[in-house]
Every structure is written in structure tokens, then in C-alpha cells.
Write a protein that binds this ligand. Structure first.
Ligand code: UDX
Ligand code: UDX
Length: 464
């Protein structure tokens, strides 16, 4: 069997690497239009940082896993084609700000139809609005040269930072297909592929639209939990309750569960906001105003949490951060990834720059180039203007020297065990810490002399 995956991104790359690793007799070709990304996949420095991914790629690459830009050739030879290109929120025209931009997906469909010389199974891996498979099918058939295409939906549930483990031992694999003889046969071939390493009872099969909608709903439910606990964090700060204690008490109820109840400066990542906005767009499209409003509020809460964090910093630091040096610990949207898409750090840094702060940003995996590109997009400021106010600094102790404050944006494990006394000694006083992830040892820092402000925790008692 030959598989081709269009899109060597955070989803396509790791997913295909695990399939190739688990199925040595299946040839897996990952194609991408971006030559430098392909080169990176073929090098020792992969474009995606994921714990455990290097080893999986090393085992399979060159054996039955290949990364290439030869899109047409690989489409032509494949039995199954995964489409895993990005589907950003539309920035123009109808549905701007909500709907998914499907132009890359449509281009893929046209290309597949154009170059295919035989029947193919096309699998949507990208998260797409409900009924996209239908559009894919129409584009494929309208341009088909007489060949048959079966379209399956196989949404990805991996979370970045734990992608390899999520792919190797998924809670479930979901495959949506048509209830026709050829649709059932295509679906069965994908079920058989996953069944080589996933227990059969964890492979769920549904109709195509249920599969598409399940992905949007799963992400909306997860994001909703984060927004719920973040709403709670504000109330805890106002009343003196402790957000971790309340989340623990509520999460101990097995009906609620413990996961996804960690208060944060805001959820990020390429999926949550995009998928909720998709759901909102879908509800609006069907005239369902209240359901649309309901989901919209999850995103509104997240935006509020990020701006509230900046406001608390400014208010606490005597109503101004102008000209003050602030060390930003972490820029990725969560730990164990080099991905910064929709990271809360981008909005917090933009907010602080709007207040004329000076930023020293440290992240163990995100390159300076990415940080500047994100901030250019978010602030509209040029690289030169930003460079006069922002420094990317690999060393935490350099970044915190003479700083007025530290803001923890990402829960990287190494931030928990820094030499905090050394940091305190070289900072301006009062030495403020704003913990947006609830990860640093607050009591120990307070004992050293820091003024610690953490989400959902009471403000420190200040000496008169
Ligand atoms: C994935 C999913 O596809 C997206 O729908 C989901 O919601 C988030 O995760 P991801 O793998 O994270 O996207 O995207 P990205 O890392 O941007 O990778 C997409 C790749 O597709 C890029 O390398 C891009 O160069 C490639 N691409 C895009 C093509 O090869 N052809 C195209 O026409 C468009
Ligand atoms: C998510 C889904 O979990 C995954 O199933 C889907 O395939 C893609 O979208 P991802 O965005 O990679 O995965 O990471 P996730 O672990 O879900 O975290 C999303 C955001 O929520 C991060 O910014 C994270 O820091 C934040 N979060 C998560 C919290 O703030 N608190 C929590 O308790 C959990």
C-alpha cells in the first residue's frame, strides 16, 4: 500500500511518521510545497519539536517514510491521500474572522483530480467545517477524468507536545465515510491501517458529517473548560479563594474530571479558537443565534483573560510599565512545542508593548525569528521598531537582569526550578512576578522577597 500526505506540518509530519513506524510495509510519502520545510524534515533538525518524534522519524525515514516536494508524482502513485494542509480563519470577504479559509484544501482537491491516474481514497485530516467533504467530493468528481474518489473524514486529535504518545495510544480514532459499497470499502481500508496498532474498539466509524462535527465539538468542549476555569480565576482573585483548590475539589467529581482545569493566561494553539469560530459560523449559518452566541463567549472569555492579565500587571506596577524591563518566560502556546500559533504570549506582549514596556523574551524552543514575525503581525510595528524594544534572550539570568517584573507565559518545566534567589538579587525592587501558568513555587519566591501575583490566587499581603 502507498500513502501520500499533502502537508508536512505539525499534524501531517508526526501522524505520517507514526503510521510509517507502525506499518513498515506501507510506503508513506509526505509532500509539501514548502521546500525549506521538506529539507528540515530530511535533516537532523526537524521543523516540529515534539518529545519522542526524532526517534520515530529516524527509524522510518528512508525506509518507508519520505519527505519530498514532488507533489504530483506522489499523488499519482498513492492509494490513499491524506490532506493535511492548514485551514486558517478567513481574513477576507464573507465570514472573515470566523469561517475557515478552504482555499488550500480546494487547491489540493483540484490537483488530485488533475493528476490522478486511477481510483483514490482521499482523507480529510485537516480540521474542516462540517460538509467540507461534500465540497471536496464535488471538486474531485467535476474534474475526475473518469476515476472514482472516495472521501473520508479522519480528524486528528493529537495535542502538540504529546503528539507521539497521542498517535501511538489514542483515546480514539475517528473515521467518517459514506454508507455506500465503495464508501464502506474505503472506510474499511483505513480502519485496517489503524487497527495494526490501535485496539479495534477504539476505532470509531461514523458518517462523514458526524466525524467532521465531532472534531469541532471536541475542541470547543476542551476550550470551554479552560474558559470556565479562567472565569473562575478572576472570581478567586476577587474573593480570596484559591483556583487550584476549587478546580481540584470540582475535578474530583468523576463526572467532571480533573483534566483541562488548569487556569492560564489563555488558551492558544492553532485549533481551539479556529474551531470554535467555525462552530459559531456554522450555527449562524443555520440561523441558530443562541448556540452561536454560547460558543462565541468561550473565545470572548479567553480574550478577556489575556487583556486582564496585562491590566493586572500595569495596575500592580504603579499604573505604568513605560520604559520598564519585563522578562517574558515562555512564548510557545504550551510547553514541549515550538509552535506559537495563537499563543497567549503574543497578545500579552503586544499589550505590554502598547504600554511602552521593554521586553526580554526567553523560550527554550521558539527561535527569535518566529517571535519577531508574530509580534510584527500582532502589533503592526516594523522589525526595526520592535528590535528597539524587544530582545530574545536564550539565558533566563540575562533576561531577568535589572528587570522590574517577570511574566510566566508558558509552563516549561525548566522554569519551575530556576535559581530564584540569584534572579531576585539582580532585579529591580519591588521584584514583581506574574505567574500566568501557576507553575512556579509561590511560597518560596515570597519568602525570598518577590511580590508574586498568580492567576486565581489572592494578591500578596504588602508590607506598609
Ligand atoms: C493542521 C491541520 O491541517 C489544521 O486543519 C488543523 O486545524 C491544525 O493542524 P498544521 O499541520 O498544524 O495544520 O499546519 P501547518 O503546520 O501550517 O502545516 C501545513 C503544511 O501544508 C505547511 O507545511 C504548508 O507548506 C503545506 N501546504 C499548504 C501545502 O503543501 N500545500 C498547500 O496548498 C497549502
Ligand atoms: C488541541 C486538542 O487537545 C487536540 O485534541 C486537537 O487535535 C488539537 O487541539 P493542542 O491545541 O495541541 O490540542 O493543545 P492542548 O493541550 O489542547 O492545549 C490548548 C491550549 O489550552 C494551550 O494553550 C494550553 O496551554 C491551554 N490549556 C490546556 C490551559 O490553559 N489549561 C488547561 O487546563 C489545558
Amino acid at each position: 500500500m502507498k500513502i501520500c500526505c499533502i502537508g508536512a506540518g505539525y499534524v501531517g509530519g508526526p501522524t505520517m511518521a507514526v503510521i510509517a513506524d507502525r506499518c513498515p510495509d506501507v510506503t508513506v510519502n509526505v509532500v509539501d510545497m514548502n521546500q525549506s520545510r521538506v529539507d528540515a524534515w530530511n535533516s537532523d533538525s526537524l521543523p516540529v519539536y515534539e518529545p519522542g518524534l526524532d526517534a520515530v522519524v529516524k527509524r522510518a525515514r528512508g525506509r518507508n517514510l519520505f519527505f519530498t516536494c514532488e507533489i504530483d508524482q506522489q499523488i499519482e502513485q498513492a492509494d490513499i491521500i491524506f490532506v493535511s494542509v492548514n485551514t486558517p480563519t478567513k481574513t477576507y470577504g464573507i465570514g472573515a474572522g470566523f469561517a475557515a479559509d478552504l482555499s488550500f484544501v480546494e487547491l489540493c482537491a483540484r490537483r488530485i483530480a488533475q493528476v490522478a491516474r486511477g481510483n483514490k481514497t482521499v482523507v480529510e485530516k485537516s480540521t474542516l467545517p462540517v460538509r467540507t467533504a461534500e465540497s471536496l467530493r464535488r471538486v474531485l468528481h467535476a474534474n475526475s477524468n473518469g476515476y472514482r474518489f472516495e472521501v473520508l473524514s479522519n480528524p486528528e486529535f493529537l495535542a502538540e507536545g504529546t503528539a507521539v504518545a497521542d498517535l501511538e495510544q489514542p483515546d480514539r480514532v475517528l473515521i467518517g465515510g459514506d454508507d455506500t459499497p465503495t464508501g464502506r470499502a474505503a472506510l474499511q481500508s483505513l480502519v485496517d491501517l489503524y487497527a495494526r496498532w490501535v485496539p479495534r474498539e477504539r476505532i470509531l466509524t461514523t458518517n462523514v458529517w458526524s466525524s467532521e462535527l465531532s472534531k469541532l465539538f471536541s475542541n470547543a468542549m476542551l476550550a470551554q473548560r479552560v474558559s470556565s476555569v479562567n472565569a473562575l480565576s478572576a472570581l478567586c482573585e476577587a474573593t480570596g479563594a484559591d483556583v487550584d483548590e476549587v478546580a481540584n475539589a470540582a475535578g474530583s467529581d468523576s463526572r467532571i474530571g480533573r483534566k483541562f482545569l488548569k487556569a492560564s493566561v489563555g488558551f492558544g494553539g492553532s485549533c481551539f479558537q479556529k474551531d470554535i469560530l467555525n462552530l459559531v459560523y456554522l450555527c449562524d449559518h443555520y440561523g441558530l443565534r443562541e448556540p452561536a452566541e454560547y460558543w462565541r463567549q468561550v473565545v470572548a472569555m479567553n480574550d478577556w483573560q489575556k487583556s486582564r492579565f496585562v491590566k493586572r500587571m500595569v495596575d500592580t506596577m504603579f499604573n505604568t510599565v513605560s520604559g520598564k524591563r519585563i522578562a517574558i518566560l515562555g512564548f510557545a502556546f504550551k510547553k514541549d512545542t515550538n509552535d506559537t500559533r495563537a499563543s497567549a504570549a503574543i497578545d500579552v506582549c503586544s499589550g505590554l508593548l502598547a504600554e511602552n514596556a521593554e521586553l526580554f523574551i526567553v523560550d527554550p524552543k521558539v527561535p527569535a525569528e518566529t517571535i519577531f514575525a508574530d509580534l510584527e503581525r500582532a502589533t503592526g510595528k516594523s522589525r526595526d521598531v520592535l528590535a528597539s524594544r524587544v530582545r530574545c534572550e536564550p539565558d533566563v539570568y540575562q533576561a531577568t537582569r535589572d528587570a522590574h517584573a517577570i511574566a510566566v507565559m508558558t509552563e516549561w518545566t525548566q522554569f519551575k526550578t530556576l535559581e530564584f534567589q540569584r534572579i531576585y538579587d539582580q532585579m529591580q525592587k519591588p521584584a514583581f512576578v506574574f505567574d500566568g501558568r501557576g507553575i512556579i513555587p509561590h511560597a518560596a519566591l515570597t519568602a525570598i522577597g518577590f511580590e508574586v501575583y498568580a492567576l486565581g490566587k489572592p494578591a500578596p499581603a504588602l508590607a506598609q
